[in-house]
Design a protein around this ligand. Sequence first.
Ligand code: MRU
Length: 357
Amino acid sequence: MIPTLEWLPEGVNFLDQTKLPMEETYVLATDYRQVATVIRDMIVRGAPAIGVSAAMGMALGIDRSAATTLAELTAEVAIIARTLAETRPTAVNLFWGIDEIRSLFNSLAATNTAIAEIKSAVIARARQMYDEDIAACKQMGAHGAALLPMEGTVLTHCNAGALATCGYGTALGVIRAAIERGHNISVFADETRPFLQGARLTAWELMKDNIPTTVICDNMAAALMRQGRIQAVIVGSDRIAANGDVANKIGTYGVAILAHEHGIPFYVAAPWSTIDLATSNGDQIPIEQRSPVEVTHINGRQMTPTGVRIENPAFDVTPAKYVAAIVTERGVLRAPYAESIRAMASGTPRPAKLASA
Ligand code: MRU
């Protein structure tokens, strides 16, 4: 299994995804501020991995605190949470990861639990979230595998694999599960400009698993769809609004429109922690703007005229109407998403038409 991140006695160890595929090196964060930097600089990236990293950052901050009273520690927890929350705005999993640990801390502090006991409890919860993330990915695979063709090629955008989670992956987890169940599937990986998560990361991890993979430039998907060479699209998500609008890596919206035009199903796989019930539609999802240097330079080499204006939104929003199904660890959601998401959130049994395909 690919060790994306790991809790160690010395701190949190991260596979440096900025160096892949050429170098497999690790960055050890021994302080919560370093975890924040690792998230901001995309040494770790992908919504579920960011969520668990934030939880581990909280646990690390609490564990390493020199506070001797609960009042002091409570004040520090607020600073740790704020520091981690200011790293990346789009993936709601970040805030979920912070809130899981903060709520546990608050409930233990409210009952005057000893600081040493609080430290062990938050570390245990962060490590449990790591295990739960892998289990959720496996569940998504089990629910979503049947959506993919028995034979054919699936397009994916960005990296929604083991590297974007604690292991196995969301969209790539569904592909892995389908292959484990006997589907004969190969993958087109969009290169995913400007950060090249598809070319660098998806290709790297699928090749490690011997899954037949072809990298294409982002502007090639339309031609391949027109030639009948893509049977399904599956991507991950950074935040899904309560109406089913899906924020994901920049370029996803275009892929969804292309899939719609060519009659190809467009699926999304994401853990329940990616669904943001407090955000009613995609227009309300904050979109991270990243440094122009990611666009102007490739591998340190300038590609654009000095001084040209640059836009670099890291994510876009795909309207729910283009999404054929959303695969979660709880089951498969179908349109109308406002209804199916609400029903799944309340644990109400889903009507037959919403059952897994
Ligand atoms: O900027 P990134 O690399 O963190 O963006 C990642 C994505 O957009 C993924 O597709 C998404 O987080 C789903 S990961 C399972």
